[in-house]
Design a protein around this ligand. Structure first.
Ligand code: UD1
Ligand code: UDP
Length: 383
């Protein structure tokens, strides 16, 4: 039996991990055993606990309960905790997702102890090293053994950084193998899409009319921590809502809730509070989020995951950042990069209100990325 240690920590990683856990329990449980380590990077019930039952993810075998902190303190505590569990569990490989501090910590701990790293969502680049995520993903990719890229662009980024297209086994951190395999989040969105219709009444509960509201999320450090950018984003959202008389639903990340009082002027805060069009709500579950995405008119977000889910559900997306790793979305015209720039955001909204025939080509695989990853993992470890 092959033993893998999966490290999760932040909301999107918990959600991504559901696809692999599901594939293992359905098709590979006689060959693969997954031990789950939660770093505790996210810890509120609405940012972590809620997803396990809802998405049928096995409860973590370990929770390091690291919590919030500066990059150095948080990452260092995680490295030390992951190292202990690696020594105890001695897995055949470590599975890491995405680009958070939990990903970085896992990659440092495992590479120093010579455990092979399987990186899911490899190769994505924003080409902006001011983002903590860009540093995390580059460092993780360059000590990984199997790298699974969800997009062709991600795969090409790896080739440009020196990874080889035709490397031959035995694979190692010095002779890694790269794959373009589709997105485990597409697997998840397909799987949970129908359940979202049956299992939540969030649309009714919030008094929303399908097709007639905007779904927005904001949580990136570069937006939340900068008063000018955060104010520009909320001003643009408020202006569109009031001018177009359209409801905007904002499930707010705790980072943003905590910084809004400090970084938004009292005047803007008051206007947001009294506007009948602005619905600021706590973070919602994945099933609720899926229902909100499926039924909205348009998405505005600085989230990586939410950008893609807008695309999966054929919704236009205004990207509230100056660049994106998911460049295909912009190239095919279903997403526009508007930064934290009021006029650009307003123009993007007008563009999508008048251009309704958008294209959503199949860019993210066939909904079976997790199964492919399990097959490759078994092949690699059994070789
Ligand atoms: C992290 C990731 C980011 C990812 C995001 C997903 C890093 C560097 N960043 O950002 O790439 O897009 O998760 O959501 O790893 N907080 C709570 N409760 C929680 C979690 C966080 O209140 O359960 C608050 C704390 O004030 C904390 C702040 O949010 O300081 C930021 O949390 P942190 O995990 O450091 O980074 P995120 O902004 O969530
Ligand atoms: N999400 C959720 N509830 C929310 C907001 C987001 O379940 O209130 C989900 C969303 O559907 C997506 C993932 O969280 O699958 C994205 O995570 P986040 O935006 O926190 O991080 P990012 O993808 O930017 O790293």
């Amino acid at each position: 039996m092959i033993k893998i240690l999966t490290v999760i920590g932040a909301r999107p990683q918990i959600i991504k991990s559901a696809a692999l856990s599901r594939a293992i329990s359905r098709h590979f449980s006689d060959q693969l055993r997954e031990v789950i380590l939660h770093t505790g990077q996210h810890y509120d019930e609405s940012m972590s606990g809620i997803f396990f039952d809802e998405l049928q993810i096995p409860k973590p075998d370990y929770n390091l309960q690291i919590g919030s902190g500066s990059h150095g303190k948080q990452t260092a505590a995680m490295i030390s905790g992951i190292e202990d569990i690696l020594e105890k569990e001695k897995p055949n490989a470590l599975v890491l997702y995405g680009d958070t501090n939990s990903t970085l910590a896992g990659s440092i701990a495992a590479s120093k102890l010579h455990y092979p790293i399987i990186h899911i969502e490899a190769g994505l680049r924003s080409f902006n090293k001011a983002m903590p995520e860009e540093i995390n993903r580059i460092l993780c990719d360059h000590v990984s053994t199997l790298l699974f890229s969800p997009t062709r662009t991600g795969y090409d980024n790896l080739l440009r950084e020196g990874f080889k297209e035709n490397s031959l086994p035995p694979y190692s951190a010095d002779n890694p193998k790269i794959f373009y395999c589709g997105d485990v989040m597409y697997d998840n969105s397909l799987f949970f899409s129908e359940l979202a219709e049956q299992k939540t009444d969030i649309i009714k509960r919030l008094g929303l009319t399908p097709g007639q509201y905007i779904l927005a999320t904001i949580h990136r450090a570069e937006n939340t921590d900068n008063p000018q950018r955060l104010s520009a984003l909320f001003n643009a959202i408020l202006k569109i809502a009031e001018k177009e008389k359209i409801t905007v639903v904002l499930p707010l990340h705790p980072r943003t809730s905590k910084l809004a009082d400090k970084n938004l002027g009292s005047d803007l805060l008051k206007k947001l509070k009294i506007s009948p069009y602005i619905k600021i709500i706590p973070p919602v579950s994945f099933i609720e989020m899926t229902a909100l995405e499926k039924n909205c008119k348009l998405v505005m977000t600085d989230s990586g995951g939410v950008q893609k889910e807008a695309f999966f559900f054929k919704k236009p997306c205004i990207i509230l950042r100056s660049e994106t790793e998911w460049t295909e979305l912009v190239e095919c015209g279903s997403a526009i990069i508007a930064d934290a720039d009021e006029p650009k955001i307003m123009n993007a909204y007008t563009h999508f209100s008048t251009n309704v025939n958008l294209k959503f080509p199949a860019l993210f695989g066939d909904g079976k990325a997790a199964e492919f990853i399990c097959e490759q993992l078994i092949k690699f470890i059994s070789a």
